[in-house]
Design a protein around this ligand. Structure first.
Ligand code: FE2
Ligand code: FE2
Length: 319
């Protein structure tokens, strides 16, 4: 029994509706260096989803038609999350590296081809060697899919909590609008992955043991592997290491994970935060913690046209 209305999700799936954002007002409100760091990180990770999907489909997860139907819509929604952050940063006046422009100043899709190409070449995407261990593992046990489903649940929950944390750290009104819309999608993603993982772990003791041991031994925060350890630490510390509220958000993630059968008592997120704090204490200057972040002022970016593709989304979803 999977506690998720897949039919409803598939019928309602569409690109995130950002038609209410006042794009021309984005440069009017300052972002801190930390805010900009978070937005770059989030943009890169959202856009990297398709590579994660490639690895997933190389496993026996691809046999399950419910999962592949979900993944088909999920990867489309994640692409538009990446585009949303990309357009937001560009409207603010930041584009690293600069991308080719059409004569009217707009940018052809995908909006950051140079950035994505650089990232994927650096990671060695294309040679496929990284897929092999995952494929071999999935051939060994049918419970392997439970690992991917739970891993996805933790990723989605961490992501949406990270967006809430950025709203706490940054009071940019247009960014708040954007994040609220993206968070609604992430909640649905999380609900699917958790329901799939829970159903598989409820029925199988092997799955419960497998998922628990893999998470304990191998889990890393979303974005690790794409980003360096120092970048992951910088993000974790900026969003959650700033005081009791950040720590409470982290504990809430751990509590939600602990509620899944077989995972009681796990404290993956809080352990990571404590380890990041330890690395800072041992290495002064690590993750840029000593420096006082200066505001990144929006450049007088009159030549960045307001992105037009967000106005084309239809009526709001009925969910
Ligand atoms: Fe997303
Ligand atoms: Fe998501």
């Amino acid at each position: 029994m999977v506690e998720f209305d897949l039919d409803r999700y598939l019928r309602n799936s569409k690109k995130v509706d950002l038609s209410g954002i006042e794009w021309s007002r984005i440069p009017d409100h300052p972002l801190s260096t930390g805010d900009v760091m978070c937005l770059h990180y989030m943009m890169d990770i959202e856009t990297h989803t398709v590579i994660y999907l490639r690895d997933l489909l190389a496993t026996r997860v691809a046999i399950d038609p419910q999962i592949t139907a979900f993944l088909s819509c999920w990867v489309y929604e994640e692409l538009w999350h990446g585009e949303a952050f990309s357009d937001f940063l560009r409207s603010y006046g930041i584009e690293v590296p600069a991308e080719p422009k059409l004569p009217d100043g707009s940018t052809p899709m995908p909006t950051h081809p140079n950035r994505w190409r650089n990232l994927r070449v650096r990671l060695g995407v294309g040679n496929g060697l990284g897929i092999l261990p995952t494929m071999l593992g999935s051939m060994m046990t049918r419970d392997f899919a439970a690992i991917h489903m739970m891993w996805g649940a933790v990723n989605e929950l961490t992501t949406l909590t990270g967006y809430h944390a950025l709203m706490r750290r940054c009071d940019h009104p247009e960014l708040h609008k954007l994040l609220r819309k993206v968070i609604r999608d992430e909640r649905r993603h999380f609900a699917f992955y958790r329901a799939q993982a829970k159903a598989r772990m409820q029925r199988s003791r092997v799955a419960r043991r497998l998922v628990r041991s893999v998470l304990k031994a191998l889990w890393t925060p979303v974005g690790a592997g794409v980003k360096t350890e120092e970048e992951v630490d910088a993000l974790a510390l900026y969003l959650f290491g700033d005081g009791p509220e950040g720590r409470e958000q982290i504990r809430e993630i751990d509590r939600t994970i602990s509620d899944v059968p077989g995972l009681d008592g796990l404290t993956l997120l809080e352990d990571y935060l404590d380890n990041a704090l330890r690395r800072v204490a041992e290495r002064p200057g690590w993750a840029g913690i000593q420096a006082m972040p200066a505001p990144v002022t929006a450049s007088a970016n009159g030549d960045a046209p307001v992105p037009a593709h967000w106005a084309t989304v239809g009526a709001a979803r009925d969910d």
